[in-house]
Design a protein around this ligand. Structure first.
Ligand code: HEM
Length: 355
């Protein structure tokens, strides 16, 4: 289907923060990247794909769980999870696959604990989420994976109703949510909570290994970790396929660009994050630059709910990995690294490393 592809930083920010652009998948003209993507929505869209006031009503039920203050309290627990994953990877011996042995287990375990999802089921839900996020998967395959994941979550939620701990139990216990709303929004948190940070972690390690000067600087100055994580978020921009929106009214931008009511728009975060005025020499990874105005977490009302959690996980994972494995290196030639080019969230299939 025809749609606009916006790459300019100011256009991208305007679309994401202007109520005249809708994130509701049910709008006619909503741009889907493929027939499979249309199926990803399911019958009950999560708040990611709804507009206010429905979006706000649901999002508000979870904002407290992801506030910076709340997530900061989890630092010791996340540090322990990171250390244990590293202990296990080291004990298994080298070469190891950093994706399967470190990057996925850490955020998966963290989000499972927050939601109250049994981590023992991780192979099942990780496989389903891989299928769901593959942009080349056909509509049948996506619908099947979404149904399976939604059923899994609905059963879990039903069994947790009335229990005191975990986000799923809390949502299931509310009487202003339907079981379908509980399942669909819990699936969103489970998917968004592990796929993103996992892929950011492995890509960040690869980017640092490919930029030895930046890696050496970060090892020498670990106090740069927070800024380095922001720069890696900008440089890698793993939500790389364009955020979809539909214009509800005719819109004219400051520079004269006109988008008509009903037209679909894809906003490209990766292009905006290489805006030359804001991030000069944007193709260069520079952990010392001020990258805070990047749009890797989106912008406006749908800006990533989990960003405080993603930041803390990435800061702890990278700092701990560099500290504990000073000789970390790729175990295969860079040319043989396999990228998840066809996934909605960019990443690596595997990252063989030695130390
Ligand atoms: C939304 C990126 C980690 C939960 C978003 C959006 C982006 C994004 C770009 C906006 C989508 C849109 O406007 O259409 C990322 C990146 C992450 C990350 C790059 C990691 C590096 C997480 C984590 C969670 C999470 C750990 C934890 C649960 C969500 C949710 C939304 C969202 C619930 C929907 C917010 C809304 O519609 O109001 N994320 N995310 N994300 N993210 Fe993240």
């Amino acid at each position: 289907m025809p749609c606009w592809v916006l790459t300019d930083y100011h256009h991208v920010r305007t679309v994401l923060s202007d109520r005249r652009f809708s994130a509701d998948v049910r709008q006619p003209g909503f741009p889907f990247l493929s027939p499979g993507r249309r199926e990803l929505v399911g019958e009950q869209p999560s708040f990611l794909r709804l507009d206010d006031p429905e979006h706000q009503r649901l999002r508000r039920m979870m904002t407290g769980d992801f506030l910076v203050k709340r997530i900061e309290q989890l630092r010791p627990r996340i540090q322990r999870i990171v250390d244990e994953a590293l202990d296990a990877m080291i004990a298994k011996g080298q070469p190891a696959d950093l994706v399967a042995d470190f990057a996925f287990p850490v955020p998966s375990l963290v989000i499972c604990e927050l939601l109250g999802v049994p981590y023992d089921d991780h192979e099942y839900f990780q496989e389903l989420s891989r299928r769901l996020l593959d942009s080349t998967a056909g509509p049948g395959a996506v619908a099947e994976a979404l149904d399976a994941l939604t059923d899994y979550m609905a059963q879990l939620a039903a069994s947790k109703k009335g229990e005191p701990d975990g986000i799923v139990a809390r949502l299931a216990t509310r009487d202003d949510l339907t079981p379908e709303e509980v399942a669909s929004n819990s699936v969103l948190l489970l998917l968004a909570g592990h796929e993103t940070t996992a892929n950011m972690t492995s890509l960040s390690v690869l980017a640092l290994l490919q930029n030895p000067d930046q890696l050496a600087r970060l090892r020498a100055e670990p106090e740069l970790t927070r800024g380095a994580v922001e720069e890696l978020l900008r440089y890698l921009t793993i939500v790389h396929n364009g955020l979809p929106r539909t214009a509800l009214e005719d819109v004219e931008f400051d520079d004269g660009l006109q988008i008509r009511a009903g037209e679909g728009v894809l906003v490209m975060l990766g292009a905006a994050n290489r805006d030359e005025e804001l991030f000069g020499d944007g193709d260069r990874l520079d952990i010392g630059r001020d990258a805070r105005r990047h749009l890797a977490f989106g912008f406006g009302v749908h800006q990533c709910l989990g960003q405080p959690l993603a930041r803390v996980e990435l800061q702890i994972a990278l700092a701990t990995l560099l500290r504990r494995l000073p000789e970390l290196r790729l175990a295969i030639p860079f040319e043989d690294v396999r990228f998840r080019t066809s996934a909605l969230i960019y990443g690596l299939h595997e990252l063989p490393v030695a130390w």
